[in-house]
Design a protein around this ligand. Structure first.
Ligand SMILES: CC(C)(COP(=O)(O)OP(=O)(O)OC[C@H]1O[C@@H](n2cnc3c(N)ncnc32)[C@H](O)[C@@H]1OP(=O)(O)O)[C@@H](O)C(=O)NCCC(=O)NCCS
Length: 171
């Protein structure tokens, strides 16, 4: 069970592997592109934080299970996908997360990357994964639907940011 957890995940078009420090610029671009309805702690603040330098430190100091997505043909990093333990699902059960640069949306990359992450989660012995999504986020809801996630009864209403839906998949 498990295999080599450090090995990159590979799909037809993509490699998923840890972020490199010199890719902090891509990470910042993702921050700048976020929808205005995303809560402020996940958006660039009025003083421009996090800066590229701060994100470089973040990559260096806090290796993340959210893996950089590299396109095999172009060799560029277009976003991330992976599992996190955010405490949103049931105890010990991870949450799927993904985010891509706008210029590559609608080419099936989020779905392709997520399927590889689900495969590894299964191999690693997980039986159930969670994903949370804002009700207004039609693209992400569609990706989760395509992957086989279903909505649960659980939802959290935020008067400013929308309703957060809790979805689950048995893998
Ligand atoms: C969600 C996101 C990762 C999707 O990435 P992607 O690579 O474009 O996803 P895919 O191409 O694999 O699939 C997108 C699906 O949503 C559909 N879609 C895209 N925009 C849509 C919209 N505005 N309304 C309805 N459906 C939409 C696409 O048609 C496609 O479905 P289809 O295959 O049935 O045609 C991307 O939009 C993103 O980074 N959004 C911002 C970050 C985010 O929301 N992350 C998830 C937080 S829960």
């Amino acid at each position: 069970m498990g295999g080599d957890r450090e090995a990159p995940l590979e799909t037809e078009r993509l490699l998923l592997r840890p972020w490199r420090v010199d890719e902090a610029g891509v990470m910042r671009e993702l921050w700048t592109e976020r929808d205005p309805r995303v809560p402020p702690h996940r958006r660039i603040d009025a003083e421009g934080h996090p800066t590229v330098a701060e994100l470089e430190n973040h990559i260096r100091d806090r290796p993340s299970s959210l893996l950089a997505i590299e396109r095999k043909d172009a060799g560029d990093v277009i976003g991330y996908c992976g599992l996190v333990y955010s405490g949103q699902g049931a105890e010990g059960e991870p949450e799927l997360g993904f985010e891509l640069l706008r210029r590559v949306w609608r080419q099936g990359y989020a779905t392709e990357a997520s399927l590889a992450v689900l495969d590894r989660a299964r191999t690693d012995g997980h039986e159930r994964l969670w994903a949370t999504v804002w009700d207004w986020n039609a693209a992400s809801r569609r990706v989760l639907e395509k992957l086989g996630f279903t909505e649960t009864e659980r939802r959290e209403v935020d008067p400013v940011h929308g309703t957060k839906l809790f979805t689950v998949i048995h893998i």
